[in-house]
Design a protein around this ligand. Structure first.
Ligand code: ARG
Length: 461
């Protein structure tokens, strides 16, 4: 009978199918680096505390470095008999250095080991997502900076509502990704506690030094209840929630680019490098990257739901269900990172048809609210103005005209308060300029947003 690391109390091997079913090495080998980093720190701590000898710790350390190099060279074959990355590395170590390898697992369990590796992996992934979000925020900032004077229709219910600048519209997304950035930062802050040293669930009977481990492994503190430390996957749930919100923002942005690049809108043209053709219709240029990002959003949500469902109802402490916690996090991290980067590249190269945008803003009575505001400025109560302009718009629709196409006499049929300054007031740029509230689309306000964004981005880098 071939002996497992835990095989002592067994008289029979697991069946081939159970061995395969039980193994996680296929996916958790992604954490080889974290596993080795954790084990090296653990061995150093055990030696410092006199739990193992310094010679053993040195042998372990050299052994682990050798394994790390060999994994990176691709010269190590993992086996499903050794189940997961933790036992694979431990058995290779023992094969290579003998006796000292067998002392490495003193004062820890696979439960705190996997909790450590997974936290380290997720922390790194979150940092790398931060870089990706920053990259995208830079692209949005640049696009906004170049389009401060590009006028477009702002929509509600996907109906033309009020004129805005493209910079303003883009900076709305900037705010969303800024919040996403702070959510991931927050996630890192909360996960930054060391689970190692918790043992299986109850702590360990050795004089370990968990603060030393936390320092060595770059954690801001230690998990303060061992049972919580091995049972908790909040950090992964949080990562997946943050990823879901972030990819949802991307998906909305993609939806707009897809609409805007249609012939019906014609507001933008996505660069050839980020479009594809049709196998049958020679004229087609499809916004596939944007559609794929929108589609992949479903995958990230799925990852989040997978882990929430997996964790729901699990009794404390570790349960093998939790082995399934990694694939959704790995998938979400990779998917989100790809989406963020490809989106940023797509945005950097997009062509803006500012004339088409401005023409569109001229139709649809986008200045109707401003016409009402004009009457308010002449002393008419807002509700009354709303009714007057409503009737005026109806008249214009019937006669196929814009408000500004009517003569002053025609306007006066609706209200005697109209004067010749109305035309200047309902000009698109005046409508935008007239916004006074903080955070509005006015040119001045967007200029301020851009300044703040620039300072924020500079502080991040
Ligand atoms: N491969 C396992 C996982 O990912 C490691 C922990 C196993 N612990 C246990 N008690 N069986 O969850």
């Amino acid at each position: 009978m071939s002996k497992k690391l835990w095989g002592g109390r067994f008289t029979k091997n697991a069946s081939a199918s159970a061995t395969e079913f039980n193994a996680s090495i296929d996916f958790d080998q992604k954490m080889y680096k974290q596993d080795i980093t954790g084990s090296r720190a653990h061995a150093a701590m055990l030696a410092k505390q006199g739990i193992i000898s310094q010679e053993d710790a040195d042998a372990i350390d050299n052994g682990l470095v050798g394994i790390l190099n060999d994994i990176e060279k691709g010269s190590i074959e993992f086996t499903i008999e050794n189940e997961d990355i933790h036992m694979n590395i431990e058995s290779i170590l023992t094969e290579r250095i003998g006796e000292p390898g067998k002392r490495l697992h003193t004062g820890r369990s696979r439960n705190d080991q996997v909790a450590l590796d997974f936290r380290l992996w997720t922390k790194e992934a979150a940092f790398s997502i931060l870089t990706d979000i920053k990259h995208l925020m830079n692209s949005i900032y640049n696009a906004a900076k170049n389009n401060q004077n590009t006028i477009m229709p702002g929509y509600t219910h996907l109906q033309r509502a009020q004129p805005v600048t493209l910079a303003y519209h883009l900076m709305a997304y900037f705010q969303m990704f800024k919040r996403d950035y702070s959510r991931f930062l927050n996630c890192i802050e909360r996960l930054d506690y060391l689970p190692l040293g918790s043992g299986a669930l109850a702590g360990v009977a050795y004089n370990t030094d968990r603060r030393f481990l936390a320092d060595k492994l770059g954690f801001s503190g230690i998990c303060s209840n061992a049972m919580d430390a091995v049972s908790d996957r909040d950090f992964a749930l949080e990562f997946l929630s943050d990823a879901s919100i972030c990819v949802m923002h991307l998906s909305r942005f993609c939806e707009e680019l897809i609409l805007w690049s249609s012939t019906e809108f014609g507001f933008v043209e996505i660069d050839d490098a980020y479009s594809t053709g049709s196998s049958i219709m020679p004229q087609k240029k499809n916004p596939d990257m944007a559609e794929l990002i929108r589609g992949k959003t479903g995958k990230v949500y799925g990852d989040m739901i997978t882990l929430f469902t997996l964790m729901k109802g699990l009794p404390l402490a570790y349960n093998k269900d939790m082995q399934e916690d990694k694939p959704p996090v790995f998938d979400a991290a990779e998917t989100l990172s790809d989406c963020l980067n490809i989106f940023a590249d797509m945005l950097d190269t997009i062509k803006i048809n500012s004339n088409v945008m401005e023409q569109a803003a001229k139709k649809g009575f986008m200045n109707a609210t401003d016409a009402a505001d004009y009457l308010v400025s002449k002393g008419v109560p807002f509700r009354e103005c709303h009714a007057i302009i409503g009737e005026l718009v109806l008249y214009c629709i019937d006669h196929n005209k814009a408000i500004e196409d009517l003569s002053l006499d025609q306007l006066r049929d609706f209200s005697l308060k109209f004067d010749s300054d109305i035309y200047e007031r309902i000009d698109l740029r005046s409508c935008i300029k007239a916004k006074k509230s903080e955070g509005s689309t006015s040119f001045e306000s967007v200029e301020k947003m851009l300044k703040e964004a620039q300072a924020y981005l500079e502080e991040l880098s």
